[in-house]
Design a protein around this ligand. Structure first.
Ligand SMILES: NC(=O)c1ccc[n+]([C@@H]2O[C@H](COP(=O)([O-])OP(=O)(O)OC[C@H]3O[C@@H](n4cnc5c(N)ncnc54)[C@H](O)[C@@H]3O)[C@@H](O)[C@H]2O)c1
Length: 314
């Protein structure tokens, strides 16, 4: 298997690279290092410094690496940036993705896995319910629109070009190597601040002082595992939710991480952040059926906290 991972220098892509190398696959990473880091790319992977927006660069990378399967993770991945710069978001997430699709067709790629978003695509998920793949998407940000548009293009390519795409709709992914300096990634941000002895802030779900928004936090190893299974053809469904189906509030997350890190930093409460979905939760039963039970959130948070702590002490 020759796997090309776009965005393989980023958080999720670099874990997919490690999982694929552990299986003995040959791995190539295509990345422009805009948010990813060269040191995230495992030494035994081939690194192709290319921008997915540049059709000629993408074509050259495919010609050089000759992938048999592709995991497409590269993206403008920030909802906030997509609101400020929707053109930039569309150029990378839609036009860039089209370059990857066309190159995959031209080079007879057997399978193409696409990183979509379960956290953003379903919008607000009402109390007592979970969003399943039959729930109609309600993309409320340019980022969610660009991911949904790409899903639709993939459907066209499936029919027109016999490309075999698998769409993975990730919940909120957390784990080692997540960037603590971004605007999202609350687990990484909390770990970093707790280890620095700095106060953490819980943004309200509705009013100041509540337990914060509800999310479905999925551990990075489960996301990498879902990608590998899809690339191996073990996921027959065209779209799969990748989550835990368990709801966690920001406060529960903070308490768990304080305990794991032995931290007592002050917790402050602020008002609702504009644009935040109050509650997001996926129906991930099908994933559990296909891949086994996901990592328990407390166990995943313990591993993540230990990793961030080790970065400080090394
Ligand atoms: N982290 C999450 O919770 C989450 C949730 C849902 C979906 N996703 C999706 O998963 C994928 C990976 O996200 P991540 O959290 O690892 O983010 P990340 O920012 O760590 O990784 C994205 C990678 O893509 C690269 N990249 C960006 N623009 C590029 C371009 N024009 N050309 C080539 N490379 C480019 C970046 O340098 C980076 O290495 C993204 O598609 C994201 O939208 C992430």
């Amino acid at each position: 298997m020759r796997l090309l991972i776009t965005g393989g220098a980023g958080f999720i892509g670099s874990h997919i690279a490690e999982a694929a190398l552990a299986k003995g696959w040959t791995v190539g990473v295509l990345d422009n290092l805009s948010t990813g880091r060269r040191e995230n790319v495992p030494p035994s992977a081939t690194f192709l410094h290319s921008d997915i927006r540049n059709k000629a660069e993408v074509e050259a990378a495919f010609r050089e690496f000759r992938p048999t399967v592709v995991s497409h993770q590269a993206a403008q991945a920030s909802v906030a940036i997509s609101v400020r710069e929707p053109q930039l978001d569309a150029e990378i997430n839609i036009l860039g993705s089209l370059n990857i699709m066309q190159a995959s067709v031209a080079h007879n790629v057997q399978r193409l896995v696409f990183a979509s978003t379960g956290g953003a695509i379903y919008g607000e998920v009402p109390d007592g319910t979970r969003a399943s793949i039959s729930t109609a998407p309600v993309p409320v940000s340019p980022y969610a629109c660009s991911k949904f548009a790409t899903e639709k293009y993939l459907e066209c390519f499936r029919t027109e070009h016999h490309l075999k795409p698998t769409i993975l709709r990730y919940a909120n992914v957390y784990g080692p190597r997540q960037d603590p300096h971004g605007e999202a990634g609350v687990v990484a941000i909390f770990c970093n601040r707790m280890l620095a002895g700095e106060a953490i802030r819980i943004n309200a779900r509705r009013s100041i002082g509540d337990a914060g928004c509800v999310r479905d936090y999925v551990y990075i190893d489960d996301v990498a595992r879902a990608n590998i299974a899809a690339l191996e053809g073990l996921i027959p469904d065209p779209i799969l939710n990748v989550g835990t189906g368990r709801e966690t509030t920001t406060q529960e997350l903070a308490e768990c991480l304080q305990k794991e890190l032995g931290s007592r930093v002050p917790v402050t409460f602020s008002e609702r952040r504009a644009g935040d979905v109050e509650r997001s939760l996926l129906d991930a039963d099908r994933m559990a059926e296909l891949l086994g039970a996901p990592t328990d959130v407390h166990a995943g948070l313990a591993k993540t906290a230990a990793w961030f702590k080790a970065q400080i002490t090394h």
